[in-house]
Design a protein around this ligand. Structure first.
Ligand code: GLU
Length: 385
């Protein structure tokens, strides 16, 4: 991690498109929306726009702002309360952005997304086209999760995750995640006051993940672990990420000018194709294939297709073409892939030689249970979603 080998200034010199993720703690304060900080961030964004860059904002803060506006003592506790708070807060949030941008003569557009919108090809393309059209109009898209209708199954989880998907959809050159933490520290700053900021991460290793611990943000949903998860997703699309504190004067300008603020995470060597990113990050697994040790080795170490003979158990009900996880007999998820057979078909052909598929099923759709082209390995220590 030798910062001298990499110049941020050079890396950021030719940025064209930046996704800026603003956490709840960045856009709200004790008394509600932090209009002053919003204005200051918007000033930075408008300067970047003037310099010819395109900016997409992913903003949290709806629930936090709604809680303040409704004066809910003790916060929003139940899901309906959170959703109702988001409904109230989102309008105030957008009004604050609109006012700040309008003072620069810049228009904004609101996109509220749910996970479903990015996991169905047609809706994904639709969202992407809308985003690209707004950018071509010079409008700043402001994206949040559609909190008012989210239920667990269609939830992004947190806006860190959403911002990484947006960076990939928008083909951004940089994802800038602003939060209430300095960045990634070399040990827990709550228990160790001499903790130091790590300014550069080249690839997210298990050691790096362990530094994030289980820290969570005081206001928003995600902590440092979810930010690293987001950085890993963005990295798979080749997008570098900076994680930094969002209440520093001119923070966006200064980071993009190359100042050493926050943690810069470079994409690892492991780029994955758009197709595999789609399988890995957008599709929701509908079941699981449990595989024996030999098949697990072939898939994991040699990147081979999974054959029916290696499958020992099938979980869940799914159609052919569905996303499934591939798990070892010890319960470790090693990959996600598209199943060539439906769950009931897989149940019949599991443990059989490929040549036997015809007589077991009466037809053979493919030789493999999951073809290597449709299979994405998971890193050690990575969440399956
Ligand atoms: N979408 C939520 C909001 O606007 C925030 C989610 C998060 O904290 O990541 O309040």
């Amino acid at each position: 991690m030798d910062e001298t080998t990499i110049s941020r200034e050079a890396l950021f010199a030719n940025l064209k498109r930046v996704v800026l993720k603003l956490g709840s703690s960045v856009v709200t304060a004790e008394e509600g929306l932090d209009r002053q900080n919003i204005r200051s961030l918007v000033d930075d964004v408008c300067r970047l726009k003037q310099a010819g860059k395109e900016i997409v904002i992913v903003s949290s803060g709806a629930i936090a702002a709604g809680v303040k506006r409704m004066e809910l003592k003790g916060g929003a506790k139940t899901i309906p309360q959170k959703q109702a708070a988001a409904a109230v807060g989102q309008t105030g949030l957008m009004a604050a952005y609109e006012e700040a941008f309008w003072s620069h003569g810049v228009r904004v557009g609101q996109l509220l997304l749910s996970k479903d919108d990015l996991s169905h090809r047609r809706r994904y393309l639709n969202a992407r086209n809308t985003l690209m059209t707004l950018l071509s109009w010079g409008v700043v898209p402001i994206i949040n999760e559609n909190d008012t209708v989210m239920v667990e199954e269609i939830q992004f989880g947190d806006n860190d995750n959403l911002s990484a998907l947006v960076a990939s959809v928008a083909e951004a050159d940089l994802l800038l995640i602003l939060t209430d933490m300095e960045g990634l520290m070399d040990c827990d700053p709550r228990t160790n006051p001499s903790a130091c900021l790590i300014t550069l991460v080249e690839g997210i290793t298990p050691e790096i993940r362990s530094l994030a611990g289980s820290s969570t943000s005081a206001v928003g949903r995600g902590g440092m672990a979810s930010k690293l998860e987001a950085a890993s997703k963005a990295g798979a699309a080749g997008v570098p990420v900076v994680i930094a504190r969002g209440k520093i004067p001119s923070v966006v300008d200064r980071i993009i000018a190359g100042e050493m603020i926050g943690t810069l995470i470079l994409p690892g060597k492991e780029r994955i194709s758009a197709r595999k990113r789609w399988i890995r990050y957008h599709l929701e697994p509908e079941g699981a294939l449990v595989v024996d040790a030999g098949a697990a080795r072939a898939v994991k170490l040699s990147g081979k297709s999974l054959l029916p003979i290696g499958v020992t158990a099938v979980r869940g009900l799914f159609q052919h073409g569905a996303a499934v996880t591939i798990e070892t007999e010890h319960g470790q998820t090693i990959a996600i892939g598209l199943s060539n057979y439906a769950s009931d078909e897989m149940e019949k052909i599991k443990g059989h030689q490929t040549a036997e598929i015809d007589w077991v099923l009466g037809f053979r759709r493919n030789d493999e249970a999951v073809h290597a082209d449709n299979l994405v390995l998971l890193d050690n220590g990575e969440n399956s979603r």
